[in-house]
Design a protein around this ligand. Structure first.
Ligand SMILES: Cc1cc2nc3c(=O)[nH]c(=O)nc-3n(C[C@H](O)[C@H](O)[C@H](O)COP(=O)(O)OP(=O)(O)OC[C@H]3O[C@@H](n4cnc5c(N)ncnc54)[C@H](O)[C@@H]3O)c2cc1C
Length: 434
């Protein structure tokens, strides 16, 4: 019997160590250096000086790059264990960087590991895995994100080079990255699923222009780390086309699936944090001569938040389990499900926590408004909710068939008639005895 919701005591010790380490040594970084880009700035000597010993500590514990298997220098814990770890790391923007599992580098490392040449692995993958550099994934364009059929950024072959021209939007951390993996159209004459390719572009290649740095939420205009990029005849050697022409979608699927569930795992941490603040406030604040926690409407918010958090967490772990089991089809559906649910649960729980804090919740003196501004991001980044709902619906519908004729399979007059015919002998007997 394999239904089991327990954590191995040995692994629990690691989680306990992580919990204390993140609280004591990593969360203060979020307070001292709160910018959204700072954890990714590998060239800043101060951050390096502070984080290098922390990373060393993480390595000593065997917890570095836990999304990776032993072949790539990680412990190969699998997604379920990673889920438990991300429930801790998700409390801090710095923590994934200190533990070597931050997006989008985690996904880009997987791409290079699968599709890079030996030379590319040496030059980019190893320093990425070592946390010495960061990378960028450049897919969304100013005129199109969710629908790749609208993509225009082209890659054309000239001799033994690929020449890239076009624009990309929200290419996160391109301003810090040593290399970019860009999705470009290499064959516009076939459907985009066959005509798009992934290209590895070293950041120093001539022709890459940061048109503007784009920020999220309340970041000052012109600042932020999701640049609008222009590629103006950017030339890379032919071997920089990863996995062969037309393979972009197969490659993106590998990378985005992992990325989405890792975001969801970290969102469990944010939702837990919001619930903790909500409960502490309800127990500490008094109104009309009693604790807020005594008010039934407040209790309802706490109960709803608890139930939604637990449902979401179990869904995330179930999706993680499908990945670990190699159930590809199920994993795809469940990853889409957690992607949809993550935006909703974060929205509902953070809103309630913020509301219970009154003016303090709306202020910049609690983390709640910052969490609140991450809510819309969860519904958009890595594809909008609607697109994932379509994925789920298609997978669910595949399990069913249309019924024949006018009436549904569960049409009661037909079913009752059939059931009565089956038990006619007994029904007649009952009627006769009345
Ligand atoms: C913080 C952040 C970081 C990001 N980082 C990166 C990155 O590193 N690299 C990268 O390439 N991209 C990145 N993105 C971009 C992200 O992947 C896109 O925003 C996303 O794919 C949606 O594309 P779009 O913004 O063009 O919206 P659109 O595709 O224009 O969609 C806008 C809205 O239209 C509706 N819609 C779209 N399609 C459908 C549909 N099929 N059915 C019904 N309604 C629909 C939805 O309401 C959707 O929200 C990032 C985004 C954010 C917010």
């Amino acid at each position: 019997m394999a239904w089991d919701f327990e954590t191995d005591p040995e692994f629990q010790e690691k989680l306990d160590w992580m919990d204390a380490f993140v609280r004591e040594h990593v969360e203060p970084l979020d307070l001292a250096f709160p910018g959204s880009g700072e954890p990714y700035d590998r060239k800043n000597p101060t951050y390096k000086k502070i984080t290098d010993p922390l990373k060393e500590e993480v390595r000593k514990q065997g917890l570095w790059a836990c999304h990776l298997g032993p072949d790539l220098g990680g412990p190969g814990y699998g997604q379920v264990k990673l889920g438990l770890m991300n429930e801790i790391l998700g409390r801090s923007l710095w923590a994934p960087n200190v533990f070597g599992c931050q997006a989008p580098d985690s996904g880009n490392a997987e791409i290079l590991a699968h599709y890079g040449t030996e030379e590319q692995k040496k030059r980019y993958l190893q320093p990425l895995l070592d946390g010495e550099i960061v990378s960028c994934f450049s897919m969304t364009e100013p005129q199109a994100g969710a629908d790749p059929r609208e993509f225009k950024c082209r890659g054309r072959k000239e001799g033994n080079e690929w020449v890239i021209s076009g624009e990309k939007y929200f290419s996160s951390h391109a301003d810090f990255a040593d290399f970019i993996i860009a999705m470009v159209i290499t064959d516009p004459d076939v459907p985009v699923h066959q005509g798009a390719s992934m290209v590895l572009i070293p950041a120093e290649t001539p022709g890459i222009e940061i048109v503007r740095n784009v920020g999220v939420g309340g970041e000052p205009f012109g600042q932020g780390h999701h640049p609008h990029l222009r590629y103006d005849d950017v030339r890379v050697p032919e071997e920089n086309l990863l996995g062969g022409p037309g393979q972009a979608f197969a490659i993106a699927q590998t990378r985005l699936g992992g990325g989405r569930i890792h975001h969801a795992m970290r969102t469990v941490a944010s939702v837990k944090h919001a619930l903790q603040m909500m409960c502490e406030r309800a127990l500490s604040r008094h109104t009309q001569g009693e604790q807020l926690a005594k008010k039934q409407m407040v209790q309802e918010r706490i109960a709803d938040s608890f139930v939604e958090l637990e449902q979401f967490r179990l869904l995330v772990m179930y999706a993680a389990w499908h990945i670990d089991k190699g159930n590809k089809r199920e994993a795809r559906t469940y990853i889409a499900a957690v992607k949809v649910q993550m935006a909703k649960v974060l929205h509902d729980v953070v809103q309630r926590a913020l509301h219970i804090h009154g003016a303090l919740g709306c202020s910049n003196e609690m983390p709640l408004m910052r969490m609140w501004s991450s809510v819309p991001v969860m519904g958009i980044a890595d594809g909008p909710t609607e697109v994932h709902k379509v994925t789920i619906a298609k997978a669910v519908l595949k399990q069913y068939e249309p019924y024949e004729g006018l009436w549904p399979r569960d049409f009661l007059p037909t079913r009752v008639e059939e059931a009565r015919a089956r038990f006619a002998e007994y029904i007649e007997h009952e009627v006769a005895n009345q």
